[in-house]
Write a new protein. Structure first.
Length: 88
């Protein structure tokens, strides 16, 4: 079962609460997340501001787009090599 999907702004606000000294167990109970989710967020978004998180999301999207483009080009290159390898 998939739970809630938090936005970067919400994640960063939860992490700021955690930095202010609130007990992690209470914080997790308050926001309805698990301990492992909180520590995963700390590892990924720790020390970021909202603008940094938005920029990160944009860079990840651009990176995925470029990876798909390179994959498509690699497939085209292999197809052309196979065509050229055949004897006419």
């Amino acid at each position: 079962m998939k739970g809630k999907r938090y936005k970067e702004e919400q994640i960063i606000s939860v992490l700021k609460e955690a930095e202010s000294g609130i007990n992690p167990k209470e914080l997790c109970r308050k926001h309805g997340i698990s301990d492992s989710t909180l520590y995963h967020w700390k590892r990924r978004f720790g020390g970021m501001e909202v603008s940094d998180a938005r920029r990160l999301r944009g860079l990840e999207a651009e990176n995925n787009k470029l990876k798909r483009l390179i994959g498509d080009q690699a497939i085209e290159i292999l197809a052309l090599k196979e065509i050229n390898a055949k004897k006419w």
